[in-house]
Design a protein around this ligand. Sequence first.
Ligand SMILES: [Zn+2]
Length: 181
Amino acid sequence: MNEQEREKWYQYHEAKYGIPVEYLKREYEAELSGQVPMDQPLEIPDKMEVFFKYSLGRQSRFFREIRENKTIYGARCTQCGKVYCPPRDHCSLCYVPTEWLPLEGTGTIKACTVQYFTTSAFIKKVPFICAYIQLDGSDFVMMTNMEVDDVSQIKVGTRVKAYFREERHGAITDFYFRPLE
Ligand SMILES: [Zn+2]
């Protein structure tokens, strides 16, 4: 194929599958410019979409309570009484089952960092805070999303409160923390 024909081939496959041209060029330039021997397997672009159900297993109630009741639940060990949040089905110290326990949704930052670099999925959010928060009533810390106007407000020891989004999907992103006013 000459250069003009290759360009058409790229545009056709970009339109057909939504594959970026730079990707097509990287993957198929050798083939289209005749560098791959005739008897070698011919590889062509294709597209696969997969829909599937992902089970949240024994943590399901944690996400349902967030979605339905705007409440963060912890899991309390029935033997030692330690409260896990994020919840655990069994206590990792006693190996006995835990029971569900609603928490207030307030807590304290135990560790935090300001992110100035990230992947493309979060690039519009920089700078943002990643914080480990110990919720009141919990014995463990949870990595959480913070939304603050001024990242310098946030430090270890800052008191925070959970806020729930109007539209909730049963996901960890249904809530975020802000400093307690
Ligand atoms: Zn225990």
